[in-house]
Design a protein around this ligand. Structure first.
Ligand SMILES: CC(C)(COP(=O)(O)OP(=O)(O)OC[C@H]1O[C@@H](n2cnc3c(N)ncnc32)[C@H](O)[C@@H]1OP(=O)(O)O)[C@@H](O)C(=O)NCCC(=O)NCCS
Length: 200
């Protein structure tokens, strides 16, 4: 049982997860997750990630463009009892066209498929749509990542297309499935989730 911390940082709280800012003490965990081949097969990273690279990534997670507006906003996902299990963020934020791309990595594999990703993603989308004023959030998934595609669909994303032979992994090329969610599609799911804890 993880300890509850009095000084806990909570940026957003869902039914199963908390989103909080990343901090430098997260670097060892990030290294563990990103270098794990079982995790890495689902993301685009392919190089060994050392301490300096991860420190830099944490710094860049709050990167500002020259006008001072963030292009990336990244969170640590924790369980309600305070265990860090992965990261989730908004990337390539386009403030003019009000869209962004999400990226998620639950590195603690025993938490896969138990609703933590869906819960954190809904909290992130609520922030993106209702607080940042974004209008559309995009995502892309390697074709064999059924879990990621399923959880995105649960959160309101729709498949918008497919880019053929985009990623070389495991000795061959794979397609990438393109997904997107509009604010109005998210809102129906969000209302239901708040009321019942279910998305359908
Ligand atoms: C993708 C990820 C964020 C999803 O989070 P999660 O907590 O595992 O997902 P959830 O449990 O909320 O939802 C997964 C859904 O997919 C379903 N699912 C799981 N494995 C599946 C499979 N092999 N085929 C089809 N559906 C599957 C689950 O049943 C669940 O749907 P349900 O609630 O209707 O049963 C997480 O698994 C992860 O980080 N994986 C490794 C890295 C990764 O893939 N990142 C995303 C890159 S695009």
């Amino acid at each position: 049982m993880e300890k509850r911390r009095q000084d806990r940082v909570v940026f957003r709280k869902g039914r199963k997860t908390v989103l909080r800012p990343l901090c430098s003490s997260d670097v060892p965990l990030l290294m563990k997750w990103i270098n794990d081949p079982e995790v890495q097969q689902y993301i685009l990273g392919y190089l060994p990630a050392g301490e300096e690279a991860e420190k830099e990534w944490v710094k860049k997670a709050a990167a500002m463009n020259p006008r001072g507006t963030p292009m990336d906003i990244v969170f640590m996902i924790e369980t309600l009892s305070g265990k860090p299990i992965g990261t989730m963020g908004l990337h390539q934020i386009d403030w003019k066209n009000r869209n962004a791309t999400t990226g998620t990595l639950i590195g603690e594999k025993r938490y896969w498929g138990k609703g933590f990703g869906t819960d954190a993603k809904l909290a992130l989308l609520e922030y993106a749509f209702n607080h940042l004023g974004l209008h559309k959030i995009n995502s892309s998934v390697i074709e064999y990542n059924d879990r990621s595609r399923m959880y995105s669909l649960k959160c309101g994303y729709k498949v918008e297309g497919r880019r053929k032979s985009m990623v070389f992994v495991k000795g061959r090329f794979w397609d990438v499935v393109l997904l997107g969610v509009l604010k109005e599609d998210f809102e129906k799911i969000w209302k239901l989730y708040q009321k019942t804890g279910n998305v359908r």
